[in-house]
Write a protein of this length. Structure first.
Length: 224
């Protein structure tokens, strides 16, 4: 599956963690109600868009408020039919301090740009420009998020992704100039972003994975 523009895609495991909804429930909603149907990669990986994550967040907020799952899906369908993007109510956001993001990037300039925008959001950032540095930083500093270029050190990012995901100590955003979303999610990436990275898309993806979506509480019209 080709990724459109700079839009991220998320694995079902990442969506389950972000929203505190079991993956089995997400699959059951998809089968029963069909309103939120993620795209499927050539390897049958579920690829959730950011809009779908926000729709699921809305469903969860309705259900947490006492609405049945069936009625929550009906409300979502009505909102979308009226041309709205229904979003969950805003929640107090914790301070960003204490969150470390590791950028493992083969291009020093790209790493500097990503670091600048992430630091602007208040996060601590570490960088690594090859696979050896990335492994050392990962082991020594235990980041919350890893932004991993799959082509670092001649393609070693695929191996690193599998190793990092297996340890389950951080969520990995895989980035690549090639369409590698299928392989990345299969290896355990929480999300995939195509390169060149669009800074705001990167920041939004990090916020999503940390449960701090900038879209929460904002109601906007659906784009045609």
């Amino acid at each position: 599956m080709a990724i459109e523009g700079d839009r991220p895609v998320y694995s079902i495991g990442a969506v389950a963690r972000m929203l505190d909804i079991p993956a089995s429930t997400l699959r059951a909603w998809e089968d029963r109600y069909g309103g939120i149907t993620p795209a499927r990669s050539s390897g049958s990986q579920r690829l959730y868009s950011r809009a779908q994550v926000e729709q699921l967040r809305y469903l969860k907020s309705q259900i947490d408020a006492g609405v049945s799952a069936a009625d929550a899906h009906r409300l979502l369908s009505q909102e979308l039919g009226a041309g709205h993007v229904p979003l969950a109510p805003a929640e107090p956001q914790p301070e960003e301090g204490g969150t470390l993001i590791l950028i493992a990037e083969k291009d020093a300039y790209a790493a500097d740009v990503a670091e600048y925008f992430l630091r602007t959001e208040g996060w601590e950032v570490a960088t690594a420009l090859d696979a050896t540095q990335a492994t050392l930083q990962f082991e020594e500093r235990s980041p919350s998020i890893v932004v991993l270029d799959l082509l670092i050190s001649g393609g070693a990012g695929f191996r690193l992704l599998g190793e990092f995901a297996k340890q389950a100590r951080a969520q990995v955003i895989a980035v690549c100039a090639m369409d590698s979303a299928d392989e990345a999610l299969r290896l355990g990436a929480a999300a995939f972003l195509p390169k060149p990275l669009e800074p705001l898309a990167l920041v939004s993806t990090v916020r999503d994975l940390l449960g701090k979506s900038a879209l929460v509480g904002v109601r906007r019209p659906v784009r045609s």
